[in-house]
Design a protein around this ligand. Structure first.
Ligand code: BEZ
Length: 324
């Protein structure tokens, strides 16, 4: 509650010129397809908000980039044209580089550890500047597992990634990582990935286990590298303009329910990640399990770059040590 009070206070600063918006039919956008864990969580949030408000509020969920890509949705949140989103922290970190600290390679030992870091006070406190900095209120974290590498060619060492056109989610921390590895990182939004891998537009992709399995990316690959090299957090957002027009009661209800439903995605990944990885391994594709040593000096290089770009790294590492 302390966290939400602080967020409400920062958001209120933005309310000075805003009109009172009594939005009862909220629109929530995301880029993930309808069956995805994030989309289901968004729908469950909408249902519960409707029930909790005795039918006063409803949430229309727009999955699969129906309202635009994440950069466009973030702009819509800033203007108040969009009420809510479940969004990759990756996209938000393009506007709030402090959040780049979450992508420190091997910050989390495993998926459960990633969940504990995301649920920590340190992580939650990193949402506090968002209303003033980005024009959105961050109400809690979700996740999409840890990152793996899927390659059309053989990969037995990091040198094999050298010069490969390797698809990345468009955000700077991962760009810096693969540049340090010596690959040719190729930013590409999620919906373009399947065709790009299938037709050889990219040689490899950076992806999570769920989508490698569910969207069958492995079908167009020779090697899966289970590297678990980064966590991939998501954040539940409300437009700060919209937030400023809500009553205290509505804010409290939305804050509680959105935090609950984005958080539920952490449980879903912790529960299922090992199963997806086993299924991928069971496809008979070359499967290589590696740790930080696979990436050689690239991790130190990333740490050097990002210790200059974010002041949150030390606190997050401390939290990671305390939540092992
Ligand atoms: C991706 O860009 O790889 C991604 C985005 C959203 C959910 C999962 C993965």
């Amino acid at each position: 509650m302390k966290h939400f009070t602080k967020i409400a206070a920062s958001a209120a600063v933005l309310a000075m010129s805003s009109v009172v918006v009594q939005a009862e039919e909220f629109r929530l956008g995301l880029i993930t397809p309808p069956p995805h864990i994030w989309t289901k969580a968004a729908e469950a949030f909408g249902t519960e908000l409707n029930e909790a408000s005795d039918g006063a509020h409803s949430v229309s969920v727009f999955p699969a980039r129906q309202l635009g890509n994440e950069a466009e949705m973030l702009q819509q949140l800033q203007t108040g044209a969009l009420d809510m989103a479940f969004m990759t922290v990756a996209e938000v970190s393009n506007r709030a580089p402090e959040l780049g600290a979450f992508y420190a390679p091997y910050l989390a030992d495993d998926i459960g550890h990633a969940g504990r870091i995301l649920r920590s006070d340190t992580a939650i406190s990193m949402l506090e500047p968002l209303p003033g900095q980005v024009g959105v209120v961050g109400l809690g974290y979700g996740m999409a597992g840890l990152r793996q590498i899927v390659s059309r060619g053989e990969v037995s060492s990091a040198e094999d990634l050298s010069g490969l056109k390797l698809r990345i989610t468009p955000f700077t921390p991962i760009l810096d990582f693969y540049n340090a590895v010596g690959a040719a990182p190729t930013p590409m939004p999620l919906p373009a990935v399947y065709d790009a891998l299938a037709n050889g537009q990219v040689d490899a992709i950076d992806m999570d286990a769920e989508l490698i399995w569910v969207l069958k990316y492995y079908e167009h690959a020779d090697t899966i590298v289970q590297s678990d090299h980064m966590m991939f957090p998501m954040v539940g957002l409300v437009s700060a303009k919209v937030w400023a027009g809500l009553s205290e009661e509505d804010r409290a209800m939305i804050a509680e329910l959105m935090a609950k439903h984005v958080d539920s995605t952490i449980d879903a990944y912790v529960e299922n990640d090992a199963k997806w990885l086993e299924q991928i391994e069971g496809t008979g594709k070359a499967y290589k399990k590696v740790d930080a040593s696979f990436f050689g000096d690239a991790i130190e290089e990333w740490n050097g770059i990002w210790s200059e770009k974010t002041s949150s790294l030390d606190a997050l590492r401390q939290t990671a040590a305390e939540t092992k």
